[in-house]
Structures are given as C-alpha cells and as structure tokens.
Design a protein around this ligand. Sequence first.
Ligand code: CTP
Length: 398
Amino acid sequence: MLKGKKILLAITGSIAAYKSILLVRLLVKSGAEVKVIMTSAAKNFVSPLVLSTLSNNKVLVDLFDEDTWANHVMLGRWADVMLVAPLSCNTLSKMASGQCDSLLLAVYLSATCPVVVSPAMDEDMWHHPSTRKNIQSLESYGNKIIDVDNGELASGLVGEGRMAEPETIVQYITEQYFRDKALDGKKGLITAGPTYEPVDPVRFIGNHSSGKMGFALAEAFYMRGAEVELVTGPTIEQVKYKGINVTHVKSADAMYNACVGLFGSADITVMSAAVADYSPEAPALEKIKKSSGQLVLNLSKTKDILRSLGERKQPGQLLVGFALETNNEKEYALGKMKSKNADMIVLNSLKDANAGFGHDTNKVTVFEASGKEHTLGLASKQKIAEEIVNIIIDKLNG
Ligand code: CTP
C-alpha cells in the first residue's frame, strides 16, 4: 500500500515512544521508505540504534551532528508525510506556538509536506484547556490529528490519552494521503460473509464464509479511489478504512433488501457473499425443545440476489459474481455468469489447498463474459482482491 512512499517519523519524549518501534516496522513492511528524527527526551524511551536498524536510515536528533549541520529543510521536502508519533504535551505546545529549539521543531516548521500528529499524554493533561487550545491551533495550521485511544495510561489511570495503535496510524495515513484515483467518481457495492438463516431465537443455518475476501475487495476498491458500500453478513472482520460504508445484515432476505436498495447507484457490484440458498420456512418464535423423535425443518428457497441484480442491470453497470464449486468448476461458473446476467465471475474451487473459506489466501480464476480468462495463483486475499480490481479497471478502460 505504501510502496515507495516517504514517511518522516518524528518521535517525542513520551512513554508511548515504545510503540514507534512497531510503527517503523509496519511502515517498512508496507513498502514505505522511513526516516526517523527524535527529540533528545525521546532517547530516554527508545534507542536510536533500534530505530536506525529498523528504518535502514540514520536517526537524527540534533541540528548539529559532529560539526555537520543537519539539513532540516530538505527532510521536510523529502517526505510525502511527516508523522509526529507520539506527540508529547510539551512538543505539542511548542508546535502550537512556533518554537524552534530542536531539530524536530525546525523540521516541522519548514516541512512542505502534510503533517499528521498522534498525541499521547495523561487524561487530565489531554483535557486541560491549554492542550485543547494547542490542538485547535495545530488543526488551524492544516495539521491532522489522530484521535487518542481510551484505555490504560502510563500513570495507572484508565481514560483518554493513549496514543493510537501503530496499525491505526498506518491505516490513517494510507487512507488520508495514498488512495489513488483510478476509480475516482465510481461507486462500488460489495457483499461479504455468510448469511445466518434463523431456525429459532437461538439457532441458525449458516456456512463457513469468513468475509475476508469481501472485506479485502471493499478495501481494494476504496484504495483505488471508489466510493464503497459494503454489505456484510455476520463476521469478525472489520474494515480498515473509515470511509467505507458498512451495512451489517444477518439473513439472505436482509442482504437482498440492502443490495436492491444500493444497486441503483452502483457502477460496479461484486457479490462475494456466500448467501444461503435455503432458509427455514417458519422460524420458531420460541426455542425449539428437544423431543424423542426426529426434527424436520422445512426450508424454502431464498431470493437469488445476483440474479435479481442481473435482471435490474442498466447499461454502464458492471456486475461480478462469485462461484464456489467442488466439481465441473469452469462449466458451472460460466453457466452461473450467463444465467444471472453477470459480466464477470470469479471461480473459487474448493479443490485448491489454502484457498476459499476461512483461509487468508486464495486462488481464483476470473472469467469475463467476453471470453477472457485470468488465472490468479495462490496469494493473500488482499493481493487477489487487488488483482480482481485491476482486471475490472482494465475492463472499464476498454
Ligand atoms: N448468490 C446470491 N444469492 C443467493 C445465492 C447466491 O446472490 N441466494 C450469489 C453469490 O453471492 C455468488 C453467486 O450467486 O456471487 C454464486 O453463488 P454460488 O453459491 O456459487 O451458486 P448458487 O447460485 O447458489 O448455486 P449452487 O449453490 O447450486 O452452486
């Protein structure tokens, strides 16, 4: 996601500085080039040696280093984003008032790139009127503030003031600055996860879908610039980016209603949810009690959402289905694409090891109605989602 992006991480003296080690690792793992600067107070909490090793770059602390002047102006011009994390109360106050008594503050004042700060302090300090005022000043300068977390603080108290987790910080800057524009102005509708069909108030019929593929698709569309509506069945997955609109549903019927409501304004729809084909005809209102004989449930067919959307499809709308097969895979997948009026179908074979339900990886073949075929080898669901989005972008570009 951050491949080739240049991040300047500025660390100040706060106990939360220990999290900066993980932050550097995450940024580097995401493909970013990272340079670290820190205040001398920050050295009390985290060692420059660890940070220089992880970032593969020298860590700068002072404006003068062994008779050499550190070129603070170039650091702020080099970076795509300057990230101050953790931001202590002291450095916040200095940034707000324009003081310049450290390398970090000199870089901040001369930075031409966007500046994001992730504060960390005790709850009472966080709520102090001077801190509120300083945060407002930073906002008025155009700096972005990452919300503090609520939880255990270094003082032993519990409350607001914890620095956001490194994952949250990386997701924030990725969403804020590094979405591309290939699908700018396009609206995507994605479905994910299983559906739960109620048997009685405590039981349901479901399936093993984890929702991972649909969530990865929603994120991939979003990062290419699309507006995204994600309709998901029950799952523990959570979206990484705040800008994705999520509708939570349980049953196939609820998913049908949500999709029909959103489909009219969608340019691209991808139905990756594992929708139940059958649902108990008359769910019991009270818990079904054990009895000596067999229990027979009458199931009725659910509405086929993809087929219904295929019937409603207008020129200019692109509709993509998924097909989960165990045998005669290609034949069944092509049959579903045609009969449901989809423009593409993504085939998941349950014969492939480490692919499909529950896994973090997948292996799929994408068939286009035009006859084109794309085989995507075993890769993370994120990578597969990005490839599927690339295929869709190529198709839209003709
Ligand atoms: N689908 C749907 N509504 C349903 C059932 C399936 O929208 N009630 C969609 C799925 O989201 C998927 C595609 O149809 O995009 C194919 O789903 P799949 O379960 O592979 O096929 P089915 O059509 O249900 O056929 P079968 O179970 O007989 O293979």
